[in-house]
Write a protein of this length. Structure first.
Length: 154
């Protein structure tokens, strides 16, 4: 099993860590924000990462485990990252949903219990803002032109 502390010392790993109510966990975070990334979820995860990755799917109110070989824990969260529904050990070839959820976190089975995740706790990945939440994050800033009075305009 790969130690989480080993990743913390590795400069090549840029992913943030999952935090539960402000406590850092040993799970690295991946984000799925495109349609294809959301549809694939953890299916493309390498076996060497199994048990070490939490996947945040945004926006999302339903997940499936079609094609997966192992169960997962799923936490559905509101706009503030607070857990509104938790599904532990969702078996392969099943689906789960939570109307009104803004995002879902797919976690290795058993992680919710081990990390004391329950309804109302906050899940976050500090320091890694969603590109969908940052207006203009995907495009370069427009050049600013100054008029005679020195005011900047785009």
């Amino acid at each position: 099993m790969i130690s989480a502390d080993r990743f913390a010392r590795c400069p090549a790993v840029q992913e943030p860590w999952l935090h539960v109510d402000g406590r850092r966990t040993g799970l690295l975070v991946r984000r799925a924000e495109t349609f294809l990334a959301r549809a694939i979820g953890l299916l493309d995860s390498s076996p060497r990462w199994a048990g070490h990755v939490a996947l945040e799917i945004r926006p999302c109110f339903a997940v499936h485990t079609f094609g997966m070989r192992h169960p997962i824990d799923v936490a559905f969260v509101d706009a503030h990252g607070r857990v509104q529904r938790l599904v532990e050990a969702l078996p392969a070839w099943r689906a789960a949903w939570s109307p009104g959820a803004r995002a879902a976190w797919e976690l290795p089975a058993g992680s919710a219990r081990a990390l004391r995740i329950s309804r109302g706790v906050q899940l976050a990945a500090p320091g890694w803002a969603s590109r969908r939440e940052e207006p203009g994050a995907m495009r370069a800033a427009a050049p600013t032109h100054h008029d005679a009075a020195g005011r900047g305009h785009q």
